[in-house]
Design a protein around this ligand. Structure first.
Ligand SMILES: Nc1ncnc2c1ncn2[C@@H]1O[C@H](COP(=O)(O)OP(=O)(O)OP(=O)(O)O)[C@@H](O)[C@H]1O
Ligand SMILES: [Mg+2]
Length: 221
């Protein structure tokens, strides 16, 4: 069974009186252990697609099955639980909380899911160790380099143990050498069993994935 399967998925946005068709009959099967890169020109709908996979958008046109669960039929409450349990997000701009140190940022997901504080602490430290940022545990984001901030963001995504990591241009704000280190970290996570779907503009970064899909005119090829 696929980990995540989109079937005949379509999505449009409303902008004033206009309707913008972004996705138009998407079919995608992501299996456990896959490392998928999604490419496509700016505005082609890559972030939209990732948001749908992560349960941030429920267009309800077509189907989205995650481990056989019908994601589009989930209530607001159910979808929040789905995200917390199964999905880890990594963004281009890191999205760390500036007032919190590294460890506190990585522990953030546990604020919302009633994890025992000791367990949260140990899972967060494990994730920080895995991403190679444990020497910066008490630093604030402003004291970190871009690559270090992205490691923290990856640790935060990993800490609760999601099966699916969704990354939107994770190297887009990094120089090429740092980007290389971050993509190597994704490779490592993938070899330890995480399923990764990553959006990128960068052909060289995309080549590191095992499957490359291109979004054109609302369709994946
Ligand atoms: N909330 C919204 N309301 C209206 N239109 C939107 C909204 N979000 C995105 N769009 C439009 O949908 C299209 C796809 O946007 P999306 O952000 O998914 O593209 P993208 O492929 O991620 O682009 P980029 O590479 O620039 O990040 C764009 O034309 C965008 O302007
Ligand atoms: Mg985008």
């Amino acid at each position: 069974m696929a980990l995540a399967a989109l079937q005949e998925l379509s999505h449009h946005y409303h902008s004033g009186s206009r309707s913008i068709q972004v996705l138009n009959g998407i079919n995608l099967e992501v299996k456990q252990g896959d490392f998928v890169a999604i490419m496509g020109r700016s505005g082609s709908g890559k972030s939209t697609l990732l948001h749908i996979l992560g349960g941030l958008l429920q267009p309800r046109i077509g189907h989205y099955l995650f481990k056989g669960m019908d994601v589009f039929s989930m209530s607001t409450n159910e979808i929040a639980i789905f995200r917390g349990k199964h999905i880890g997000f990594v963004f281009q701009m890191f999205h760390l909380l500036p007032e919190m140190n590294v460890l506190e940022n990585v522990k953030l997901p546990f604020l919302y899911n009633n994890t025992d504080p000791n367990e949260a602490e140990s899972l967060a430290r494990e994730a920080v160790e895995l991403t190679g940022i444990s020497h910066r545990l008490l630093h604030k984001p402003s004291e970190l380099s871009g690559g270090e901030m992205q490691r923290v963001a990856i640790a935060r995504a990993l800490a609760p143990g999601p099966e699916l990591i969704l990354a939107d241009e994770p190297t887009g704000n990094l120089d090429s050498i740092t980007g290389e280190e971050i993509i190597s970290l994704f490779e490592l996570l993938n070899t330890t069993g995480k399923t990764v779907v990553m959006v990128t503009h960068d052909q060289r970064i995309a080549q590191r994935a095992h499957i490359i899909k291109v979004l054109t005119d609302g369709r994946l090829q």
